[in-house]
Design a protein around this ligand. Structure first.
Ligand code: SF4
Ligand code: SF4
Length: 663
């Protein structure tokens, strides 16, 4: 390389350092805004403990391998071409710097394959990816514009395209020169021929100008990253690395007794950004406003006030404006939207940068309920009933023992009974769901399981927590933990996905140590072990509605399908497993009955019936009740069943009646 070339590279290297400083300063501004939020428990320092919180599996798969993006294959491919192309291009530039140390990186097979061919292909990959993303901004799909479109993407994508094109143009001018040597830069070699008529000096000057433009625009891009939506290139993987280890929603407990670090009371939920945990603020900063959450959200898709995208973009706008202390935020989001959330976590499952809009929403809900005593009247009624009677089914004439009329049901005996069969409130107080408990009693007896129930029980507190009443949840949970401890309970069977989630996810934080198993998982195990032998009818087509709190929140997908497959032919709905669509009951919305808009459960039932299945199975009483009520509105046909009911119906007559306890 001649002296001018060397000087050019030295100047460029210095400018690169300056751009890196610009990048860091921009990120510092972002961090200062995020630091206005609440530190994670035990962390008062700015980034104390950050490394310990990194969740490497999600960082590798979602952050670097972009796995979530491939839920939309074309957009995923475009991002992958751009991202991996950029990695190769950056590595190529870094390797080129070795030539200043006298290392010849362009020689031999390495030079041909890595420095020429791979970099050429990487450039083309970046060109294709950037072109797709730019064109998509010109004709955006609805999800990008719903609520509001994030400005700044299109100019940055245009800038990126210009950088790539200028890089190729500089290469073409270089390879058109008489002394140029290259074996692998096929595009430059092919197009360089078009410049054959130009003088060598003109070609050299053209190459120099284009090279500088390519370099300077590249540096400008780096400086602009933290100041434009391109910040997602850094904040996205960072956010993904800091994702919770457990899928779904994990609301932090509020320690009502411990004052915050500055001696102030801990916030009862959030009314402004500064009340939210820092992770939620990072979510807002990383949000692309891509609208994938909006498309997946059952509330948004049935015309309700809630759109998780709008929640996130409103938080993002406040954050960008530095309005972290502005309590107008909660009113701008609005109570109606905040209470529409069914806590289904579909938004969480879809988000490409691992945001958790549902948790942010629930922080605001807590403030409405505990800070302002404001909630929809039907939910307030359910809460009052929980406080007074230990269950949320206000106005029911049923009592906890109704389900076992005519059955001799054993009580749990410490030291003698293996499993506690937990009778959740929905199973106890809703007539249709009582059939699930009756079926389960038969199954446990038929399989010879040692089981019993509690003579008296109360709600797990899950509805209180998801409706925002954390105080009541803690009260109910602690009372249950105390009871279980006194009775020496170590294994619990739940028939409700919400009871399971509460026991398994939240109770251990309050001191519980028992093992909880959802009834669908236990039934599958009993079938696998040969303790239950239902007769399979291959002509019976059954579709399975995954309860959000089993599939999405807890990854229970295979076992429930195992049960369906043991009794009939499984037919999948388009949205199933972790991508299941909510029944509409969660987050206290079972009681709200979705006045005024399309019912979420109707949408789901239509999807189930469109499969042509003879029966719709599920594994949570709330899903059962919601889908059953939608089925009733469509002719009253009895099509919706719990897994336990299907299994009992498929047991050979001797087994189905072999209960030691049934009359
Ligand atoms: S929260 Fe996630 S899915 Fe929703 S708009 Fe933001 S980036 Fe997209
Ligand atoms: S949890 Fe479900 S209902 Fe709530 S915002 Fe997310 S997708 Fe919508």
């Amino acid at each position: 390389m001649n002296a001018i070339g060397t000087i050019s590279y030295v100047v460029l290297a210095l400018l690169l350092c300056a751009a890196a400083v610009g990048l860091v300063l921009g990120l510092r501004v972002q961090w200062r805004r995020i630091a206005a939020g609440q530190p994670a428990p035990g962390q008062s320092g700015a980034i104390a403990g950050l490394a310990a919180r990194i969740h490497w599996p999600s960082f590798w798969t979602r952050g670097l391998l972009l796995s979530r993006l491939f839920k939309r294959p074309v957009a995923g491919l475009a991002h992958a071409l751009l991202f991996f192309g950029a990695l190769v291009a950056i590595a190529g530039h870094a390797l080129y710097a070795l030539t200043f140390l006298g290392i010849e990186v362009y020689e031999g097979a390495f030079g041909f394959i890595v420095m020429e061919l791979a970099r050429e292909l990487a450039g083309l990959a970046m060109l294709a990816g950037a072109a797709f993303l730019f064109v998509r901004r010109l004709w955006p799909p609805e999800r990008l514009t719903v609520g509001q479109e994030r400005r700044g993407f299109a100019p940055m994508e245009a800038l990126l395209l210009a950088i790539i094109v200028l890089g190729f143009a500089a290469e073409i001018f270089r390879l058109a020169q008489p002394d140029a040597v290259s074996r692998g830069e096929f595009l430059g070699l092919a197009l360089g021929g078009a410049l054959n008529g130009l003088e060598a000096a003109t070609l050299a000057a053209g190459q120099s100008v284009l090279w500088w433009l390519h370099g300077l625009l590249g540096l400008a891009f780096i400086v602009l990253i933290p100041r434009t939506p391109m910040s997602h290139m850094i904040l996205g993987p960072l956010n993904t690395a800091l994702a919770r280890r457990r899928a779904g929603i994990t609301l932090p407990l509020i320690d009502f007794e411990a004052p915050a670090a500055d001696g102030a009371e801990p916030p009862l939920g959030a009314e402004k950004l500064a009340d939210l945990p820092r992770k939620n603020l990072l979510d807002a900063a990383a949000c692309l406003w891509c609208g994938r959450c909006h498309e997946a959200c059952p509330a948004a898709q049935t015309g309700k006030a809630l759109s998780p995208k709008k929640v996130m973009l409103t938080c993002a706008a406040y954050l960008e404006q530095g309005r972290t202390q502005d309590a107008a935020l909660i009113d701008e989001l609005g109570a109606e939207a905040i209470f529409n959330c069914t806590t289904c976590a579909a938004c969480v499952e879809q988000c490409p940068v691992t945001n958790n809009p549902a948790e942010t929403i629930l922080h605001f809900r807590r403030q409405f309920v505990m800070g302002r005593s404001e909630m929809p009247e039907v939910m307030a009624l359910a809460n009052r009933n929980l406080e007074a009677r230990g269950h949320p089914f206000a106005g029911t004439a049923a009592n906890r023992d109704d389900w076992r009329r005519g059955l001799e049901v054993p009580l749990y005996e410490a030291g003698r009974t293996e499993y506690l069969l937990w009778i959740g409130c929905a199973v106890a107080f809703e007539e249709r769901a009582q059939q699930v408990a009756r079926a389960m009693a038969r199954i446990l007896d038929a399989a010879g399981v040692s089981w019993g129930i509690l003579e008296e029980s109360r709600c797990t507190g899950d509805p209180a927590r998801m409706m925002g009443n954390e105080l009541l949840f803690v009260e109910l949970a602690q009372a249950n933990i105390e009871d279980f401890r006194e009775r020496g309970i170590s294994k619990v069977i739940t028939m409700c996905a919400h009871c399971f989630n509460s026991f398994d996810r939240y109770y251990p934080e309050l001191g519980a140590s028992w093992e909880t198993i959802p009834h669908g998982v236990l039934i599958e195990r009993l079938i696998r072990e040969g303790r239950l032998a239902p007769v399979r009818d291959p002509a019976r087509r059954i579709t399975f509605h995954d309860p959000c709190y089993l599939a999405r929140h807890n990854g229970i997908v295979r076992e429930t399908r195992g049960v369906v497959a043991a009794v009939g032919e499984l037919v999948e709905m388009p949205r199933h497993g972790r991508d299941s669509f909510c029944c509409g009951a969660g987050g206290g919305n079972y009681w709200s009955r979705e006045g005024g808009t399309a019912r979420i459960s109707d949408t789901r039932l239509d999807e189930a019936l469109a499969t042509g299945a003879d029966q719709v199975a599920t594994s949570c009483p709330f899903c059962l009740l919601m889908l059953t009520s939608s089925a009733a509105g469509r002719g009253g046909e009895r099509k919706v069943f719990d897994l336990a009911e299907l299994v009992v119906a498929a047991l050979p007559p001797a087994d189905a009646t072999a209960s030691n306890h049934s009359h």
